[in-house]
Design a protein around this ligand. Structure first.
Ligand code: ADP
Length: 319
């Protein structure tokens, strides 16, 4: 069988949630194009409300798309929904453990749901891979939070899918468990499993992913190899407190300027291209006098702003 180049592909994908009780419809995905190459660890980043879960739920068959085309492992979700679903394992954000089952039973039930025949079940191997062998017969309610989360990962892998999706896998997870989870995920990837993970931690994506897409307000605002993206994000800001209030942010090319609500002037620069001295010289040459200054690292919000900066304003009805 020919393997697909892309494990997941979305073309012009939209999702609009109907508004209820007098509220406007919500355009959660506004026509996104995404290709997740086979074999990659792909990070989908974005602030809350960006549309990440909506995208994942469409892939998992839990939410119906409004329009566009989606294929999972080369299988169109409209034409071959069951085959498309069988190609992915999803580790949900919330721990939903079946309290009456032991981990072993829980994996067996899950394998049964996916129609994995007895001899092909990998229950023991999965329990071992996730460090749950000695808890195989314990009640799930006796497991720690970390163990429950590992069990969720094992459940997602019972049918040996070529694509594993993790939705905010380490929200509220301690450092040690995070490490264990990542080791396992990286190991799976080395064996050929394509990994898609959502996160709102830039660090997490930085550490693990080969490719990063950034979503904001239902759009993909960047999708690049990690190193390239990080170079673009390699910005700092000089923040000046002007002697006299400025009416508007002055243009100081090649730097980007923004007047903050309190009257401070933030001037962003790429560290590869300029230093603080040059920024200050440019500001002075433009006749800006200031009584105070500091430098800042950009946070993810600044990054989103800088990536969406200059984009055409959206028509009101598309918001
Ligand atoms: P993210 O996962 O990036 O936080 P979501 O996909 O959950 O984003 O949400 C995208 C937008 O769609 C948000 O504005 C959210 O409020 C809205 N939304 C999500 N699910 C529903 C739903 N079932 N009904 C209506 N609106 C929804």
């Amino acid at each position: 069988m020919n393997l697909p180049d892309n494990a997941i592909e979305a073309v012009k994908l939209t999702k609009t949630y109907a508004g209820g009780h007098g509220t406007a419809p919500m355009h959660a995905l506004k026509g996104i194009d995404l290709a997740i190459p086979r074999g990659s660890i792909f990070g989908l980043l974005g602030p809350n409300g960006a549309g990440k879960s909506t995208f994942i739920n469409i892939l998992a068959g839990l939410t119906k798309k409004t329009s566009g085309k989606v294929t999972v492992w080369g299988r169109d979700i409209d034409h071959r929904p069951r085959d498309a679903r069988a190609a992915i394992g999803v580790v949900p954000q919330e721990i939903a453990a079946d309290v009456f089952f032991t981990p072993r039973e829980s994996l067996d039930v899950q394998a049964g749901m996916y129609g994995v025949p007895g001899p092909e079940r990998r229950t023991d191997a999965l329990l071992a891979a996730l460090g749950l062998s000695d808890k195989a017969n314990a009640y799930v309610r006796q497991l720690s939070g970390g163990m429950k989360r590992r069990l969720m990962v094992a459940k997602a892998m019972v049918h040996n899918p070529p694509v594993l999706i993790l939705d905010e896998p380490t929200a509220g997870v301690d450092v040690e468990l995070r490490r264990q989870l990542w080791d396992y995920v990286v190991g799976l990837n080395r064996q050929g499993v394509t990994i898609l993970l959502t996160t709102h931690y830039l660090e997490e994506a930085e550490e693990l992913c080969d490719l990063i897409a950034i979503m904001n307000h239902g759009r993909v605002v960047a999708c690049e190899p990690k190193d390239q993206l990080l170079r673009r994000l390699d910005t700092r800001a000089v923040v000046l407190t002007p002697e006299t209030p400025l009416a508007a942010a002055p243009a100081l090319p090649p730097f980007e300027t923004r007047l903050r609500p309190g009257g401070e002037l933030a001037i962003s620069f790429k560290t590869a291209e300029a230093g603080v001295e040059e920024v200050l010289a440019t500001a002075r040459a433009a006749g800006i006098h200031f009584k105070d200054l500091r430098t800042e690292e950009p946070d993810l919000e600044d990054v989103f702003l800088s990536l969406t900066y200059g984009a055409a304003p959206e028509p009101a009805e598309a918001r």
